[in-house]
Write a protein that binds this ligand. Structure first.
Ligand SMILES: Cc1ncc(COP(=O)(O)O)c(C=O)c1O
Length: 470
């Protein structure tokens, strides 16, 4: 497909785009894709260019259809192509394209803050908008530090996250992220970032103490000195590593530990809110009360960038008095167009009862994935709601995993391409042990589950025969 980026003479002066280059060529030359080995692309290995979306499906530049089994990046929760969201955006732009939340309010930010507070459990009533997940995590850590400072606890600055957890990429959020390969290019990071064990139990002996990972957080707080720890940040279901769910009572134990030591509990629900686990907020599913919730992605179903940090009244209250303020802000936090989109998005959630749909369909979705356990390469299936992972193993009996080199061949050399070629977008990931993650739009139903089953079954069987047994 040729697009007209040529100069008058048809030349591309100074190496600038032009000469009738097509999208592939322009992308390879100018677009810096995130977390992407740009050098892997070339004439024989084109960049996937997605041009259109509808419901659970997206289409590439050649018109080929893909089942979006990842909701783009765990975020297009209401599905693609919702015209009414576009209408809400257009209406807002014609009324007020932008105004800031720095010392001013505008109707959509106010309405959205009130709506989020209405939907959030308990006293999570104060909403600070951001432009995305990393900024929400940055904001939460900063709020925790500032809160303790206001209370005279100046030494409480440290943040405890978990091994392998992904909390974003800005310096503070990256400090919370527990994935060595993402951190090493940027060290030293923010002082005070610590990592405790996560709740991956698949490779532990069956008789391990069920709440050991919660107790490990307490040991870390005690070792560091409780008066130096500001907060613990945890996802309800940990994404990186492959949808680690909490054992029964885990979050209740963590809450007790935090309370005992005066440490705040931040629930990072950038993925796990907005219906992903069948509830507006992931912590509702596990029955705990965080002090701060971080969210993003599904708040607008990604129709525009937006995130939020939601603080309990207890945490926000000291900042609401007299001359006090939270010295933190982001130009686009609470952007009126994003806020209008979020309101339209939430209206769809309510009208179509998407949380109820996820709760009702989870057993069918999960049941389909459980059926894949009969394949020799499928070791574990885990997750919650429409957020599930399959762990791949070399040996089911011993649960032996693949080496780094084997993962490279299996995931990047075969699975990612084979799944995509067969029309399924999902994530083949080896930030921990190798997993395939599925997180379809919340409107997905039996038809899409059957399609996922059919493609995964054939590709995983081929992977076993061609790559593993070979
Ligand atoms: C739990 C969690 N926190 C934070 C982030 C960072 O969000 P963003 O990419 O919008 O900055 C992500 C992104 O996937 C996430 O999953």
């Amino acid at each position: 497909m040729a697009i007209s980026t040529t100069t008058k003479s048809g030349e591309a002066p100074g190496g600038k785009p032009g000469g009738g280059a097509d999208l592939q060529e322009l992308a390879r030359r100018h677009l810096w894709m995130h977390f992407t080995r740009m050098g892997a692309y070339g004439p024989d290995h084109p960049i996937p260019i997605i041009t259109r979306g509808e419901g659970c499906y997206v289409y590439d530049e050649h018109g080929k259809r893909y089942l979006d089994g990842l909701s783009a990046l765990f975020c297009v929760n209401v599905g693609h192509g919702r015209a009414e969201i576009g209408e809400a955006a257009a209406k807002q732009i014609s009324e007020l394209g932008f105004y800031t939340n720095w010392s001013y309010a505008h109707p959509r930010a106010i309405e959205l803050a009130a709506k989020v507070a209405e939907l959030a459990p308990g006293d999570l009533n104060r909403v600070f908008f951001t432009s995305g997940g990393s900024e929400s995590v940055e904001s939460a850590w900063k709020l925790a530090k500032a809160y303790h400072q206001l209370n005279g606890d100046q030494r409480r600055t440290k943040l405890i996250a978990r091994d392998l957890a992904y909390h974003g990429t800005t310096h503070g959020a990256l400090t919370a992220t527990g994935i060595t390969s993402l951190r090493e290019q940027f060290e030293p990071l923010v002082p005070g970032g610590l990592h405790a064990p996560n709740t991956n139990v698949y490779h532990l002996p069956p008789d391990h103490e069920p709440l050991w990972a919660a107790d490990a957080i307490e040991q870390m707080i005690e070792f560091q000195g409780a008066d130096t720890v500001a907060a613990v940040i945890l996802e309800p279901v940990q994404n990186a590593g492959g949808c680690f769910t909490p054992p029964e009572g885990y979050f209740q134990r963590v809450r007790e530990i935090c309370d005992r030591h005066g440490v705040l509990l931040i629930s990072d629900e950038v993925i796990c809110s907005w219906g992903r686990l069948g509830y507006y907020f992931g912590h509702e599913r596990y029955g705990y009360s965080p002090d701060i919730v971080t969210t993003a992605k599904g708040i607008t179903s990604a129709y525009a960038p937006m995130g939020a940090m939601i603080a309990s009244d207890r945490i926000a209250e000291p900042f609401m008095q007299g001359e006090k303020s939270f010295s933190h802000g982001i130009t686009f936090g609470g952007h009126p167009v994003s806020a209008a989109i979020a309101l339209a998005n939430i209206a769809i959630f309510e009208r179509e009862d998407l949380c109820g749909h996820v709760r009702a369909k989870e057993p069918e979705f999960r049941g389909m994935l459980e059926g894949l356990r009969e394949l020799p390469i499928v070791g574990d299936v885990r997750g919650a709601g429409f957020f599930q992972a399959i762990e791949l193993v070399k040996d089911k009996e011993t649960r032996e995993s693949f080496s780094d080199e084997e993962c490279e061949v299996l995931l990047r050399g075969f699975l990612s391409n084979a799944l995509f070629d067969k029309g399924l977008i999902c994530r083949a990931d080896d930030r921990g042990d190798p997993v395939i993650q599925l997180s379809p739009p919340l409107i997905a139903d039996s038809e899409q589950f059957e399609e996922i089953d059919r493609i995964l079954r054939s590709v995983l069987t081929e992977a076993w025969d061609k790559i593993v047994r070979h």
